[in-house]
Design a protein around this ligand. Structure first.
Ligand code: C2E
Ligand code: CA
Ligand code: CA
Length: 410
C-alpha cells in the first residue's frame, strides 16, 4: 500500500525542505521517537527500517536518502554489516551511528565506515537526546545543500566514467616524499592517483577508488599507477636519484591469485626492479581472507616486491596475524599521528604500534605529520620515517628531485 503521492506506507511528508531520512533500528520505540523529533525539526520524509536487510532494500530504491541513522546492534545483519552493504551502493547520504555501547566501539565503527568511503556525520550513544537528532539534521542539511563543486547536482561517479577517463588520459599520478627521521634523507615516495575530470574538476581518489573496487576497473587503475611510478623512477634516475616508490593496492585485488605475476611482468616490461617498489595494502585484506592474502603476499615477496601494511591501526589485524605475514613496513595511519602530542589515547596507540613494529623488525612510517610537535613525538617514540604535509604535499614526478635537493639544503 502507498500514500496518495506514490510514496510507500510509513513515509511522512511535512514542511518545505527536501531532506530524506532513514532510521534503522530494531527497537520500534527508538525509531518512532527519532522520527517524531525529525518531523518536528522539519525533515521532509522519514522512513524506518527494522533491520539491515530492510535498510539496504530501501537504500537501493530510486530516491536517495540524505541522512541515515543506523543502530549498530541489530539481530541478523548488524550495523557493521549494514554499513558494508551501504558502501556497496555508493550512497552519498550522511550517516549517524547509534549505539548503547561505549564510545570506543562507536568510534571504531565510524573509522571502519569511513574506510569504506561512507560519509559519517557523527555518532551518538543511547538514549539519544532530541537536541542531538536536531543538530544532525541541521548538519546533514548543510552538507546536502552545500554548493557542489560541479554543475548538475549529482556527485555520482560511474565505472564507465572511470574507464572513459583512463582512455582519455584524464588520470595522472602525484608523488609524496617519505623521509628518514634520523638523517632527513629521502626514503621513498608514495604514488597517489588523481583525476582531472572534464566536468567535475579534480576528483579525490576517495570518491572513485570505491567505485572502481566494485569491478575489475580497480586493476586497470593499479596498472596505470604502477606504469606511471616506473616512468617516474626512470626520470629520477636520469636526474641522479634512485628513489623508491610505493603504490596502493586495493584489498579487492588481494584475492586475485594472478596478481603477483601480472605486476612483476609490468615492472620487468618497463625496465624497473620489484625491489624498488613497495605495495601498500590495508589491514582489511587480512581480515577478509587471510589464506588468500598469505598466498599472494608471499609470492609478491618472492618476486622481490616490498610489502607495507597501510593505515595501520584502523583495521583489526591481530598480533598473531601480523607476525605470520611477510611484510616489511607498517604505515601508521594519520589518525594516530595527527594530534598525538595533545591526546593521551592517540599517543598510546601510536606508541604501542611503534613498539609492535619494532618487535617484529618492521620499518615504520608515520603518515600525516603536519607539525613539528608531531615530528618530534614520532622521533622520540622511535619511528623510522615520516610522511605528511609538514614535509611536503604530493607533487608531480618532475618536481620531486628539485624538492629533495632544496630539502637537503635546509
Ligand atoms: P592513503 O594511502 O592513506 O594515502 C595518503 C593520503 O593522505 C593521501 O590522500 C595524501 O595526500 C594524504 N596526506 C598525506 N599527508 C597528509 C597530511 O599531513 N595531512 C593530511 N590531512 N593528509 C595527508 P589522497 O591522495 O587523497 O588519497 C586518499 C586515499 O586514496 C589514499 O589514502 C589511498 O587509500 C587511496 N588511493 C590513492 N591513490 C590510490 C591508488 O593509486 N590506488 C588505490 N587503490 N588507492 C589509492
Ligand atoms: Ca597508502
Ligand atoms: Ca595510509
Amino acid at each position: 500500500m502507498s500514500t496518495e503521492d506514490g510514496r510507500p506506507d510509513g513515509a511522512v511528508r511535512t514542511g518545505v525542505s527536501h531532506r530524506r531520512v532513514l532510521v534503522v533500528d530494531d527497537n520500534a520505540f527508538v525509531r518512532i521517537s527519532i522520527r517524531n523529533i525529525l518531523l518536528d525539526a522539519g525533515a521532509d520524509y522519514v522512513e524506518e527500517a527494522r533491520d539491515g536487510d530492510e535498510a539496504l532494500a530501501k537504500v537501493s530504491g530510486d530516491l536517495p536518502f540524505d541522512l541515515i541513522f543506523c543502530d549498530l546492534q541489530m539481530p541478523g545483519r548488524d550495523g557493521i554489516e549494514t554499513l558494508r552493504g551501504l558502501a556497496g551502493f555508493d550512497t552519498q547520504a550522511c550517516i549517524v551511528l547509534m549505539s548503547g555501547e561505549d564510545r570506543n566501539i562507536l568510534a571504531a565503527a565510524g573509522r571502519l565506515a569511513k574506510s569504506h568511503g561512507l560519509r559519517i556525520l557523527g555518532n551518538v550513544t543511547k538514549p539519544i537526546p532530541a537536541e542531538a537528532v536536531r543538530e544532525f539534521l541541521a548538519a546533514a542539511n548543510a552538507v546536502v545543500h552545500a554548493p557542489r563543486k560541479r554543475p548538475g547536482g549529482t556527485t555520482r561517479i560511474s565505472d564507465d566514467d572511470i574507464r572513459r577517463g583512463l582512455a582519455e588520459r584524464e588520470f595522472y599520478v602525484d608523488f609524496q616524499p617519505e623521509v628518514g627521521i634520523a638523517d632527513g634523507r629521502i626514503w621513498g615516495s608514495e604514488a597517489l592517483v588523481r583525476w582531472r575530470h572534464p566536468e567535475h574538476g579534480l576528483v579525490s581518489p576517495m570518491s572513485f577508488i570505491g567505485v572502481a573496487e566494485q569491478s575489475d576497473t580497480i586493476d586497470l587503475l593499479t596498472d596505470f599507477v604502477l606504469g606511471k611510478a616506473l616512468e617516474a623512477q626512470t626520470l629520477w634516475r636520469t636526474q641522479g636519484q634512485d628513489i623508491h616508490v610505493a603504490i596502493n593496492i586495493s584489498a579487492h585485488s588481494m584475492v586475485n591469485l594472478d596478481m603477483p605475476d601480472h605486476l612483476a611482468r609490468i615492472v620487468t616490461m618497463l625496465g624497473g626492479s620489484p625491489a624498488a617498489v613497495t605495495l601498500e595494502v590495508t589491514e582489511s585484506c587480512l581480515v577478509d581472507d587471510l589464506s588468500a592474502f598469505l598466498d599472494i603476499a608471499t609470492r609478491l615477496r618472492l618476486k622481490g616486491f616490498r610489502l607495507a601494511i597501510d593505515d595501520f591501526g584502523t583495521g583489526f589485524a591481530t598480533l598473531e596475524q601480523l607476525s605470520r605475514l611477510p611484510v616489511s613496513e607498517l604505515k601508521i595511519d594519520r589518525e594516530f599521528v595527527a594530534g598525538a602530542p595533545d591526546n593521551e589515547r592517540t599517543r598510546a596507540i601510536l606508541e604501542a604500534s611503534l613498539q609492535l613494529a619494532r618487535s617484529l623488525s618492521l620499518t615504520t612510517i608515520c603518515e600525516g605529520v603536519e607539525t613539528q610537535a608531531e615530528w618530534n613525538l614520532a622521533a622520540d617514540l622511535g619511528a623510522d620515517c615520516i610522511q605528511g604535509f609538514y614535509i611536503a604535499k604530493p607533487m608531480a614526478a618532475g618536481e620531486l628531485v628539485g624538492w629533495f635537493n632544496a630539502w637537503q639544503m635546509t
